[in-house]
Design a protein around this ligand. Structure first.
Ligand code: FE2
Length: 312
């Protein structure tokens, strides 16, 4: 047996399947099929004890995925040695609330997220969050659920040229018309060189197995967080970002705080070990991070990919 598999299950919280290396097994020997089969249970798999280099990490992800997602917000963190789709997670110390990658955008979101830990945090904290969107939806108050299900949400942002160019893979505003035509959920305008971005999104939709999930980018797209528990936390926010219900009304603070409370109830906070490789079903499980108690290194390689047709 190249590895042993156990499931770490906390009552009512997100579960994680742990695949631990046995002997000298390589990632290749575990096989994408076995990992995807395991992933179908909890939605998160941690492969432990597999030391690997960038080249092997990228090859491993290609055994699942035929194409990869460019994280526009982290364009400067891309690893120039690889194929251009591996980026380091930001190394500064902060809280990132749970979100599914790419779900503020009009494009089909990546199916899988891969995180490889090169340097784990030294101090307490700094855990990787995994939040099962099925459990999240079960706890969502019916009034919020029905509003999101009937209206969806709207993400708003103001982007300088480098950001919209990276988001859409274009150089000039004139190239945007063709994209807008393709994605009617977009309502973007240029103000000089800058883009006023607006995009409708469903926020609750079926995951890869057809189960409805709360899986979106709401909590990572807020202008501010006003939650007692997070008063002193360095939470990622951006002043010019907004999230609205589909009718154009901003999400009230109490709704945002309810979402944060549900996140905290169902989250698995995974304490990273060196060479842990996390695979998440991005259609179902949201990811985030907790702050470290003391500033220090925390180095993760990240990739997001679209499954090969034969793996679906
Ligand atoms: Fe992310």
């Amino acid at each position: 047996m190249p590895a042993t598999t156990t499931t770490i299950r906390e009552p009512a919280a997100t579960s994680v399947a742990l695949i631990e290396r046995s002997g000298a097994a390589s990632l290749r020997e575990i096989g994408a099929g076995h990992i995807l089969g395991t992933l179908a249970g909890p939605g998160v798999v941690v492969l432990r004890g597999f030391q690997t280099e960038l080249e092997e990490f990228e090859a491993f992800t290609r055994s699942f995925c035929s194409c990869f997602h460019r994280v526009a917000a982290r364009d400067k963190l891309r690893d120039a040695r690889g194929d251009g789709f591996t980026a380091k997670a930001p190394e500064r110390n902060f809280t990132l609330l749970a979100h599914s990658e790419g779900t503020y955008q009009p494009f089909k979101e990546p199916d899988l997220a891969f995180f490889y830990c090169l340097v784990p945090p030294e101090s307490p904290g700094g855990e990787a969050l995994a939040v099962d969107g099925r459990l999240f939806l079960e706890r969502l108050p019916p009034s919020i659920r029905s509003r999101i299900e009937t209206q969806g949400v709207i993400f708003e942002a103001y982007w300088e040229p480098a950001r919209w160019q990276a988001e859409f893979g274009i150089d000039n505003p004139s190239e945007f018309a063709a994209i807008a035509k393709q994605y009617p959920q977009l309502a973007c305008e240029f103000d000089g060189e800058n883009m006023h971005y607006r995009c409708r999104h469903s926020a609750i939709q079926p995951d890869a197995q057809g189960q409805p999930v709360f899986s979106n980018a709401i909590l990572a797209h807020l202008p501010a967080v006003r939650h007692d528990k997070y008063r002193d936390a360095r939470v990622y926010t951006k002043e010019s970002n907004r999230v609205y219900f589909g009718d154009g009304k901003a999400l009230p603070n109490e709704v945002v705080n309810t979402l944060i409370d549900i996140q905290d109830e169902v989250a698995c906070a995974h304490r990273l070990q060196r060479h842990d490789l996390l695979v998440l079903d991005n259609s179902r499980v949201m990811h985030g991070r907790r702050p470290m108690e003391r500033d220090g290194p925390r180095v993760l390689l990240t990739r997001f990919g679209h499954l090969r047709e034969e793996s679906r």
